[in-house]
Design a protein around this ligand. Structure first.
Ligand code: G3I
Length: 362
């Protein structure tokens, strides 16, 4: 017999209808991706070390991490005579404690170089190039899943013949810096997968249309020269305000797969600047764009992972660029899953299975 009190407090409902079944906990994005043999993750920075709730989101939702700034040259080398590994060591510690493989981003990038480096003569820049790779890769050898060895080699707006991105490394060594970097890293770290990481290729803006063939040509030359390249990283900061043909982009990716490379989606987010202010409508549009993109690219079995660039909107790089709080990632400012998270889960579920590549062994 259910007491009057129980009925009034609602406890009787459970007794009357049998035990209430707790709503099933939704699969994490990592578990959804695992079903297709994919890794899923995000870039990670100081905010995850400082914010326990954000750290918990990484632990629950991801199966791989990428350093945001901690392993960039300007963060490791604040002055010509000092390395500061403390931030990178803390991020690696978080990854190891969480049991998550870590991607190192990025050893060599002609952008964001410190002024002290830019002022040096070419021969000194070359010496620092070799020394930097030696010191950093030796410290983390065997501890990283992959390196973005070179980031963004191309930027046609710099006006260099061949569309190369200008900067201290290119100025000192020309295009040869790319192969030199890959060979030097491979000689030190025998297990991390070595990636060439590029932006813009996913769109049909002039930038995307011009960089795609440049990247494909560089990859061909590196492979024909026997350079130790394992992966092409395609950043995939989607720009729906520009034209894009994601099935054609998937065909472009297949070109790398045909040469035996894996392809990593390394910095996935969806620029929402062209979508309505209304949050529900904007979230739907971001999710639809993400779904179209992922359904196209995940059909290519050589795609081994999808990595967002941060997990929550509140730490997105778009905050510095947007006229309003951005909604470009799967989790909102309160770490709540958004329609993009559901779209990603559905795309992972629909993706054909694949086998994760083994670590590189030499
Ligand atoms: O944390 C310091 C803060 O203490 C200080 O007061 C402030 C002063 O400016 O700087 C803060 O550091 C900023 C850092 O992000 C925080 O994480 C740096 O100024 C800022 O330059 C840095 O920007 C990063 C940028 O790369 C340059 O490294 C962005 O967060 C990061 O999202 C962005 O990521 C790039 C990828 O590496 C390559 N692909 C494009 C992507 C987006 O631009």
């Amino acid at each position: 017999m259910i007491s009057r009190r129980a009925l009034l407090t609602g406890a009787g409902v459970a007794l009357a209808a049998g035990p209430l079944r707790a709503a099933p906990t939704p699969l994490s994005l990592a578990d959804s991706a695992k079903g297709a043999g994919l890794l899923y993750g995000a870039s990670i920075g100081q905010e995850a070390l400082d914010d326990p709730a954000y750290a918990a989101l990484y632990r629950r939702q991801t199966s791989i991490l990428t350093t945001d700034v901690a392993l960039k040259f300007d963060w490791l080398r604040p002055t010509p005579d000092r390395f500061d590994f403390s931030y990178a060591d803390a991020i690696l510690g978080f990854a190891l404690d969480s049991g998550k493989p870590l991607r190192g981003h990025t050893l060599i990038w002609n952008d964001r170089a410190p002024d002290w480096l830019k002022r040096l003569p070419g021969r000194e820049v070359e010496r620092i190039f070799d020394d930097h790779i030696e010191r950093v890769v030796s410290r983390y050898a065997g501890k990283l899943y992959a390196w973005d060895v070179v980031n963004e080699p191309f930027w046609p707006l710099d006006g260099k013949s061949g569309g190369w991105r200008d900067g201290p490394w290119f100025a000192a060594m020309g295009p040869s810096y790319v192969e030199r970097a890959f060979r030097r890293v491979a000689a030190i770290d025998k297990t991390g997968r070595l990636a060439l990481n590029e932006a813009q290729c996913d769109n049909d803006h002039d930038w995307g249309k011009s960089i795609r063939p440049l990247l494909a040509g560089l990859v061909e030359r590196l492979l024909d020269a026997g350079a130790p390249l394992d992966t092409v990283g395609l950043q995939s900061h989607l720009q729906p305000q520009w034209p894009a043909d994601y099935p054609a982009f998937a065909h472009y990716i297949e070109g790398f797969a045909a040469r035996g490379l894996t392809v990593s989606i390394t910095e996935f987010d969806v620029n929402d600047s062209v979508f309505p202010d209304d949050v529900a409508a904007r979230d739907r549009a971001v999710a639809a764009t993400g779904a179209t993109f992922l359904n196209a690219v995940l059909a290519v079995p050589a795609v081994d992972m999808v990595v967002n660039w941060q997990l929550s909107d509140r730490y997105s790089w778009y905050r510095e660029l947007s006229r309003r709080p951005p909604r470009v990632l799967p989790f909102d400012d309160a770490d709540r899953a958004k329609p993009l998270a559901s779209a990603m889960t559905a795309a992972f579920a629909a993706a054909p299975p694949r086998r994760l590549p083994a670590p590189r062994r030499q």
